[in-house]
Write a protein that binds this ligand. Structure first.
Ligand code: F6P
Length: 357
């Protein structure tokens, strides 16, 4: 008998269900006796013992379904060692529930924070397999996370739609793209959507260079400009501030990202009005794109293979097109950021895209 537990944690994204399906189908096809326990709402379900035994039927018809059939929640890593409001030791509670169900392995789908807790549970002696989800694509040790390509499609579609109205009205538009502290999503969607200016957290911008780029386009006869701005984008001045001061400044903003402040600065300096579009959570909603369905199926199948071989303590990622197991301890706590020297940045600059520097 093989018993596995499964949970999805952190912000949801496309292809969570497709990935769980891949794992369970891989196991069901090869293991005679299998029990799958699904924990509800991320680590919360594991802490408080809120779970259900799932059957093969539960994983049927979910390849294309967005969200997560298990539900999710954010349980910050930094609070994992802090007892809950009733004094419950969360880590101990998770271990107890794992042992009570006599699990052979716990399959955890999540992003960076989730991965840190997964690694903590591994260090505590549990058998863990982590599968990298996030629209941000910021997980170290894998070239691609599932959810990312689906979000690129949606953010690109938003920029495409802005294109036609911007061109008709000769306007400057700013599309704010998700991605938390990294710029992968904005970089890819910005290029795919034909943005003229792309602002990333990894490349602090100079407002004067942005204005220069807008004027340059106008001078060349193109009356509209599209800025793809990462929600974590930052000006050179703000990047130079002490961390505490920056935090205070961001706290005081009505909107936490820099988009509205930037639009206002452009207006103050040039008289040009900037219209803002924030596709927000639509970027991680809806069905996974075909690329993500294939990626998820591959990662799920490899996770199943590792479990059958009793090889635990890994994240399953994809490197240079090949699915690989990566030791969790080597990657947990690391962030994969865009390098300003990335080839994609160089190519974008080559075709005239401005990064505001
Ligand atoms: O990590 C995924 C993500 O969608 C980020 O891009 C974004 O910054 C964040 O989650 C939003 O989180 P929440 O859904 O908690 O507002």
């Amino acid at each position: 008998m093989l018993r596995i537990g499964m949970l999805t944690s952190g912000g949801d994204c496309q292809a969570l269900n497709a990935t769980m399906r891949g794992v369970v189908k891989g196991l069901s096809a090869n293991v005679q006796e299998l029990e799958v326990y699904g924990f509800y709402d991320g680590y919360k379900g594991l802490i408080y013992g809120n779970y259900r035994m799932l059957s093969a039927k539960d994983f049927s018809g979910i390849l294309t379904k967005g969200g997560t059939i298990l539900g999710t929640s954010r349980q910050p890593f930094k609070l994992m060692r802090t007892p809950d409001e009733h004094g419950l030791d969360k880590v101990e509670a998770m271990k107890q529930n794992y042992y009570k169900l006599r699990l052979d392995c716990l399959v955890i789908l999540g992003g960076n924070g989730t991965q840190k807790t997964a690694n903590l549970l591994r260090e505590e002696g549990l058998n863990i397999i982590h599968l990298p989800k996030t629209i941000d694509n910021d997980i170290y040790g894998t070239d691609m996370t599932f959810g990312f390509q689906s979000a690129v499609d949606i953010a690109t579609d938003a920029i495409d739609r802005i294109h036609t109205t911007a061109a008709s009205h000769n306007r400057v538009f700013l599309v704010e793209v998700m991605g938390h502290k990294v710029g992968w999503l904005t970089l890819h969607a910005g290029i795919a959507g034909g943005a003229d200016i792309i602002l990333l957290p990894e490349i602090p911008y100079d407002i004067d260079k942005i204005i220069e780029a807008i004027h340059k386009r106008a001078a060349s006869g193109r009356g509209f400009t599209i800025l793809a701005v990462a929600e974590g984008a930052i000006s050179k001045e703000d990047a130079a501030l002490p961390k505490k001061e920056l935090k205070e400044k961001i706290k005081k903003r009505k909107h936490p990202s820099v988009s509205y402040e930037l639009a206002e600065q452009i207006f103050q300096k040039t008289g040009i009005e900037v219209r803002i579009t924030v596709p927000g959570h639509t970027q991680r909603g809806g069905n996974p794109c075909p690329y993500d369905r294939v990626l998820s199926t591959r990662l799920g199948a490899e996770a199943a293979t590792l479990i059958m071989k009793k090889e635990y303590g890994y994240m399953v990622g994809i490197i240079n097109g090949k699915v690989k197991k990566v030791p969790l301890g080597d990657v947990a706590g690391k962030l994969k950021m865009v390098s300003p020297d990335d080839q994609l940045i160089k190519e974008a600059k080559c075709i005239g895209i401005s990064f505001g520097v």
